[in-house]
Write a protein that binds this ligand. Structure first.
Ligand code: AMP
Ligand code: ZN
Length: 498
């Protein structure tokens, strides 16, 4: 018997605009696809927030006993600077500016992404496919869409015919936009474009002579459109119809709208049963965004090396801060908010650490089983982590009362309490308690230490990448002198203290 058999999960589905009971296509199995990063720059904390929210969802589904196939791609080709299919490919542009190979750009920022995920204690997805590894699948998909009459070729580029599609299908079904309004609101074509209509989007772009990232195709040497990779990779690994598709709110239109159109045009069916969108992280009341420069990167927050915040924060404090809001709410990253989260995180860890020290009595003065179900109810309600955290604090209060002799707990209930706290705090929320057994507030002190050492590990890696071995050795040796040993393994560098 798996936990999910006793729990009813509701998910807010962007497609219907409602919370719906979650019924996977195959009982016990969940297929989930989340759009991954475009690896042309370091990820910022806004990106981290979206991935962290889906990491928590992945963790909860796994905790319930579902066999989850979680696919999160790496966009390493085809993402143009502009949604109107003009401008350069972001990766090619970065390569040109830095005078390196596009694949060096891809490698550098994929490594950065993975380091960040490790720092924040993410679980790896089941499959992490790349766009460049799936060019053949994308070409095949384009052929089918052309054969079905929903795309056309002009001068070596292929465009999706949105107007034709909308005659028989509904372009705008996800974002609730109407084609007439889109027509009204888009600039007329300036004569430079090959498109029949400005709403059409590229499936394949012919590469200009200087464009390095290019592949042969029946239409031209070129590269695929950004929306296409997610359709190709999600359906390849999860099937033509799968359970959950996620991403940030900003991807709802045009990216996800185009994914639906491509799938319906190629396969005659809607690809996804539950569309989930995480809301935006803001800084100074404005969306955190690479293009406006309104960003803070993880290492800046973890090191305290930034102009926004009074101090450095540990990775678990950021996870806790994120979980204190629903993934569907806009979240403002502020110093006050982070300070409050840090206090809350310490309080929670102190309560968890007390669990091993309290003694059982004959009876309980707190209904632990009811409390446990409330924790599940919170997460079952569209992964409502702030409500879950409120329940965890209730338990924390109870634990402190037991310690002070003002409450009692039976041994059966103590077991349930321990297991449930551990399940939710560590397995589901993904927090890390680096000072178990310590009931003072040093948990953040230790967490800060790991944050700082992770940062040094990253700097050392950068030094090695730049062949600055003198610096990389200095970092390793000086850490060893203060009792911190670095260990290089095939999955990266870890550290231990003595
Ligand atoms: P990108 O690399 O730009 O494709 O973004 C990767 C992911 O981060 C996407 O799911 C975006 O929706 C998400 N994202 C970008 N900016 C923010 C933000 N300010 N807050 C939350 N998520 C974001
Ligand atoms: Zn995508």
């Amino acid at each position: 018997m798996q936990l999910y058999q006793n729990q009813e999960i509701k998910i807010y589905n962007t497609l219907s605009g409602q919370k719906e009971v979650f019924k996977p296509l195959t009982e016990g199995y969940v297929g989930m696809y989340v759009c991954g990063p475009t690896v042309y720059s370091n990820v910022h904390l806004g990106n981290v927030r979206t991935f962290m929210s889906f990491d928590m969802i992945f963790r909860y589904l796994k905790h319930l006993g579902f066999k989850v196939r979680y696919v999160r791609n790496i966009t390493d080709a085809g993402h143009l600077e502009d949604d109107a299919d003009v401008g350069e490919d972001k990766i090619t542009k970065k390569a040109r500016l830095e005078q390196i190979e596009p694949m060096e750009v891809v490698q550098r920022y994929t490594v950065d992404f993975h380091n960040v995920l490790k720092t924040f204690n993410f679980l790896p997805p089941s499959i992490e496919p790349t766009a460049t590894g799936h060019i053949i699948e994308q070409i095949e998909l384009i052929k089918t869409i052309i054969d079905n009459g929903f795309a056309y070729e002009v001068n070596g580029s292929v465009y999706f015919d949105v107007h034709k599609f909308n005659e028989t299908n509904n372009y705008g079904i996800l974002s609730k936009r109407k084609l007439e309004d889109l027509i009204h609101n888009t600039r007329a074509l300036d004569g430079q474009s090959d498109k029949k209509n400005p709403q059409d989007f590229a499936l394949w772009k012919r590469a200009e002579p200087q464009h390095i990232m290019r592949w042969p195709s029946p239409w031209s040497d070129g590269f695929p459109g950004w929306h296409l990779e997610c359709t190709a990779m999600s359906t390849k690994y999860l099937g033509d119809n799968f359970d959950i598709h996620g991403g940030g709110m900003d991807l709802k239109f045009p990216h996800h709208e185009c994914e639906i159109a491509q799938s319906e045009a190629a396969k005659g069916q809607s690809p996804v049963n539950y569309w989930m969108h995480a809301n935006m992280l803001q800084l100074n009341g404005q969306r955190m965004s690479k293009s406006t420069g309104n960003t803070v990167n993880p290492d800046e927050l973890l090191s305290g090396n930034n102009t926004f915040f009074s101090k450095a924060y540990a990775p678990s404090v950021i996870r806790f801060f994120n979980a204190q809001s629903s993934y569907r709410s806009i979240l403002d990253l502020t110093d006050d908010g982070l300070l409050a989260s840090e206090k809350g995180f310490v309080r929670l860890m102190d309560a968890v650490n007390l669990l091993d020290k309290i003694e059982a009595s004959n009876t309980s003065t707190f209904n632990v089983s009811e409390w446990k179900q409330k924790c599940y109810d919170a997460m079952n309600d569209d992964f409502n982590s702030p409500i879950l955290i409120a329940h965890l604090f209730d338990a924390g209060k109870f634990i402190n009362q037991i310690k002070d002799g003002n409450a009692t707990i039976s041994s059966d209930d103590l077991e349930i309490l321990k297991t449930t706290m551990n399940d939710f705090v560590f397995d589901v929320l993904g927090l890390v308690n680096s000072s178990s057994g310590d009931t003072t507030s040093t948990s953040t002190g230790t967490d800060k230490l790991s944050g700082a050492v992770e940062l040094l590990i990253q700097l050392r890696k950068e030094a090695r990448d730049n062949k600055d071995f003198a610096l990389s050795d200095k970092i390793r040796d000086e850490l060893a002198e203060i009792g911190i040993q670095l260990k290089d393994g095939k999955d990266g560098t870890t550290f231990s203290t003595n």
